[in-house]
Design a protein around this ligand. Structure first.
Ligand SMILES: Nc1ncnc2c1ncn2[C@@H]1O[C@H](COP(=O)(O)OP(=O)(O)OP(=O)(O)O)[C@@H](O)[C@H]1O
Ligand SMILES: [Mg+2]
Length: 250
């Protein structure tokens, strides 16, 4: 189980997270929604261990191991992995090379045998097809000239190769067409079916209809002010964030 308890985080000396608690069991999909600037991406960065985000109080633990002050690479080895809101372009490094290097590094850190180059190429070809991308993507430079939707699909493929225990996915659904949205939602469900926990940050209800998350949490001003079932998304749409201020659980 992944657990954060009373997490307080400062960015540039500013108190952003004011005590956030969450428990995510293997296979569960949790969604965080909330107004712009409420601290959602800060939460994602703090969990991943981005050094700009200073944890001043509280605890982050995975499978009983305290990772509150662990280095980001150590967290990734343990299986805490973050998909980025704005994936970076890496000119001159092919998708195949980039993903295979990442795969090897994570296998080395976890002391398991990586796939050999032929197996990896085959696995990547299959995953590209699953996400509706043709095999030529393998040899293109990582994210260079990719459309927004293509970058996000690649981001999901990358996550799937890194075998997360807890995948944190920040706004992957912004700017996706309807078909891409279904494909991405399928990829997220696939992660969860494999017994991984998912923490998904989104502004839109539409991805939730394909996902049926276990919990929705509403973040306002650095706090989770309400948690509930997927039905909470309908309530939010009707009432807006201003009228949701009743803390029920955390
Ligand atoms: N690196 C940073 N430097 C300065 N301020 C930051 C930094 N990261 C976050 N903040 C501030 O922290 C607050 C929360 O930002 P955050 O990105 O977590 O919001 P968010 O909920 O993800 O918003 P959005 O829905 O717009 O993505 C904002 O006021 C933001 O300006
Ligand atoms: Mg954000």
């Amino acid at each position: 189980m992944f657990q954060i308890k009373n997490l307080k985080v400062d960015v540039n000396e500013k108190h952003i997270l004011q005590g956030v608690s969450l428990k995510i069991k293997p296979g569960e999909i949790h969604v965080v929604m909330g107004p712009n600037g409420s601290g959602k991406s800060t939460l994602a960065n703090a969990i991943a261990g981005n050094p700009k985000y200073k944890t001043t109080d509280g605890k982050i633990a995975l499978g009983g191991e305290d990772l509150t002050h662990a280095r980001p690479d150590h967290r990734a080895q343990k299986g805490i992995l973050l998909a980025f809101q704005y994936p970076k372009e890496i000119p001159g490094v092919s998708v195949l090379n980039f993903l295979q290097t990442a795969h090897k590094a994570i296998c080395k850190a976890r002391k398991i045998a990586p796939m050999n180059p032929i197996e990896f190429r085959k696995a990547l070809r299959e995953r590209l097809a699953k996400f509706g991308l043709d095999a030529t993507f393998m040899n293109r430079s990582m994210n260079e000239g990719f459309s927004g939707g293509e970058k996000k699909k690649l981001e999901m493929i990358q996550l799937s190769f890194l075998e997360p225990k807890i995948a944190i996915i920040d706004e992957i659904d912004s700017g996706l067409d309807i078909d891409a949205l279904k494909v991405i939602a399928g990829g997220i469900k696939f992660l969860a079916y494999g017994g991984r926990g998912v923490l998904l940050i989104t502004h839109y209800k539409r991805i939730l209809q394909y996902l049926k998350p276990d919990f929705i949490h509403v973040m306002v001003c650095g706090r989770i002010v309400k948690s509930g079932s997927h039905k909470l998304a309908d309530e939010l749409e009707r009432k807006g964030y201003k009228n949701i201020h009743h803390k029920t659980s955390s």
